[in-house]
Write a protein that binds this ligand. Structure first.
Ligand SMILES: Nc1ncnc2c1ncn2[C@@H]1O[C@H](COP(=O)(O)OP(=O)(O)OP(=O)(O)O)[C@@H](O)[C@H]1O
Length: 314
């Protein structure tokens, strides 16, 4: 039994869009998984569904199992005991997620109190987690605007860790930071995961970032995971045509190869799909790619791929 297991998650919006069509993920303690894919493919929606925090959408079907318990099954009543205490999230654009008129330490202490801790415990825990993410003690009494971008991102990570979660969902945690600070946040996430046994799901559109933090990666396209592999395998030998194009479209300062873009646009999510979602943009598609969606094919060694071509090659 995995620490976290997402099974066939499907999320719909009132507009009729199926932003998440089929996502399955497994995570063990201390493991780091990246969820990658271009903008709009459903990464954030998947994370928000796992937290039970979808602003407008609904989980149409699927399960989110934490230590074997389906935390979505009973709605808010079954999610509430686990949100923040077992599974926590650093939101996209999180540097603006702190309350601007409250001191950083007080915000963390409040999170602890809301989840049953006392005042003193909250204060002590705030100092403890701020130190844990590499911030000096004085940060506790500062307001968010008095911190640098990197310090604010650390403070947001500290806030997410306040109630000692087992799983951290980090949505684009290094976007909008300069490369030096990005490196520091990458190192911090790795270190926290190793030392606390924290399982991390990193959401990013930046494939270059993935091997620096994660062990495994799941590639999403139009709401579905299309390939799942160890990061090194995924980057060295991508199997799905979409992953291949994504790798080719990722800047690499050492390789001196021309950068390419992926022609075309992802499909509309409010229309049903008859075949593979990537087929209209795929340069190697077969007739049946337009006719039937390729099921995920288990290739062994933790690798899977949803592509008719991979079936032909195998
Ligand atoms: N509240 C909403 N109502 C309707 N559609 C929505 C809503 N929120 C998101 N969507 C749609 O769901 C799809 C997936 O969005 P999502 O933000 O999950 O993608 P993403 O992969 O995280 O993209 P990004 O990297 O840009 O954040 C998009 O097509 C988006 O337009």
């Amino acid at each position: 039994m995995s620490l976290l297991s997402v099974r066939d998650l499907v999320v719909g919006f009132p507009s009729g869009a199926r932003a998440v069509r089929s996502v399955s993920l497994d995570l063990e303690p201390g493991e780091r998984l990246a969820l990658v894919g271009e903008s709009g493919c459903g990464k954030t929606t998947t994370m928000l569904a796992m937290m039970g925090l979808l602003p407008a959408g609904t989980v149409v079907s699927g399960q989110v199992l934490l230590d074997g318990e389906d935390i979505l099954a009973g709605g808010e009543a079954s999610m509430r005991p686990h949100r923040w205490t077992d599974i926590a999230m650093v939101f996209q654009g999180a540097m603006n997620a702190l309350n601007p008129v409250r001191r950083v330490g007080a915000q963390i202490a409040e999170a602890v109190r809301i989840h049953g801790g006392g005042r003193r415990e909250g204060r002590l825990r705030a100092l403890e987690v701020l130190e844990r993410v590499g911030l000096p003690e004085g940060v506790a009494s500062r307001y968010p605007h008095e911190l640098s971008g990197g310090q604010r991102q650390r403070a947001v990570i500290a806030l997410a860790l306040a109630c000692e979660p087992k799983v951290l969902l980090a949505d684009e945690p290094t976007t909008a930071l300069d490369v030096i600070v990005q490196d520091q946040i990458v190192a911090l996430l790795r270190e926290l995961s190793d030392s606390l046994g924290l399982a991390v799901v990193l959401v990013t559109h930046d494939l270059a970032l993935v091997p620096r933090i994660c062990d495994r990666a799941a590639v999403m396209y139009a709401g579905s995971v299309v390939e799942h592999a160890a990061c090194a395998d995924l980057v060295r030998r991508p199997l799905h045509p979409y992953t291949r194009r994504l790798v080719e479209a990722t800047p690499d300062l050492t390789a001196r190869r021309p950068l390419t873009s992926i022609p075309g646009v992802p499909p509309r999510l409010d229309l049903p799909l008859t075949g593979c979602a990537f087929q209209p943009r795929c340069t190697s598609s077969l007739d049946r790619c337009a006719e039937s969606p390729p099921p995920p094919r288990d290739l062994g060694g933790g690798r899977s791929c949803s592509c008719h071509l991979v079936e032909v090659d195998a």
